[in-house]
Design a protein around this ligand. Structure first.
Ligand code: SAH
Length: 214
């Protein structure tokens, strides 16, 4: 059973893509959180999912998904599987989702949960998402749900020319900007960057080793 009333709410908040609204109303958000959080799963708020991580607010999930303008044929890379809720939304809207999670316990429980719910077009990897998934690149779209300080160039390189990436970027603990990046079709042309919303995501961990200051 889906979350009744959520589509109406999200459409009143400005979400227009009917396929996104339908996908979200087919899912039950309570299936993606622990027992303790279940009563609050209907509200438009982020919720803890353990290991200091959170499942995003449904409005933000809807906005990020809508920004990718998926038609159904795409192969999508997602960084930050978390609970798997955003992964499930994507899986209803594209051909295949490749999702990467750095925390082993979260990767394992999301995989188990999504398989149990019957999703068959999702591929899972546990590891550092700043490296993307080179063996499966390029992707038609990339969605990142943890915030790095800057756009990882490796990820941009794994995006098809003409493809979209949606990513929160900014300092840890501060306000980040949710960016939509369009990789130009012409080789050498700079990507177009558009700011969608101020957001607060958990920081992206991993990345290249930082130099140790003396
Ligand atoms: N989309 C998730 C919410 C994710 S919270 C949902 O719907 O539930 C962000 C997630 O990104 C967390 O699970 C965190 O562990 C993960 N993460 C942080 N840095 C990462 C990295 N470098 N690679 C992969 N996953 C990362």
């Amino acid at each position: 059973m889906g979350d009744r009333g959520r589509a109406e709410y999200l459409s009143s908040q400005g979400i227009r893509d009917g396929r996104v609204l339908e996908a979200i109303s087919r899912l039950t958000r309570a299936d993606f959180v622990s027992e303790a959080e279940r009563l609050e799963a209907g509200a438009d708020v982020p919720l803890p999912i353990g290991h200091g991580q959170t499942i995003s607010q449904p409005y933000v999930v809807a906005l990020m998904t809508e920004a990718l303008a998926l038609k159904g044929h795409e192969r999508v890379l997602e960084i930050g599987t978390g609970s798997g809720y955003q992964t499930a939304v994507l899986s209803l809207l594209c051909r295949e989702v490749y999702t990467v999670e750095i925390v082993p316990e979260l990767a394992r429980s999301a995989r188990w949960r999504l398989l149990r719910l019957g999703f068959e077009n999702i591929y899972f990897r546990q590891g550092d998402g700043t490296e993307g998934w080179p063996e499966q690149a390029p992707f038609d779209a990339i969605l990142v749900t943890a915030a790095p300080a800057e756009v990882p160039s490796t990820l941009l390189g794994q995006l098809h020319r003409g493809g979209w990436m949606v990513i929160p970027v900014g300092p840890t603990g501060g306000t980040q900007e949710l960016l939509r990046i369009h990789r130009a079709r012409e080789p050498g042309a700079l990507p177009q960057v558009e700011s969608l919303l101020p957001v607060r995501f958990v920081p992206m961990t991993g990345g290249p080793p930082r130099p140790v200051l003396p």
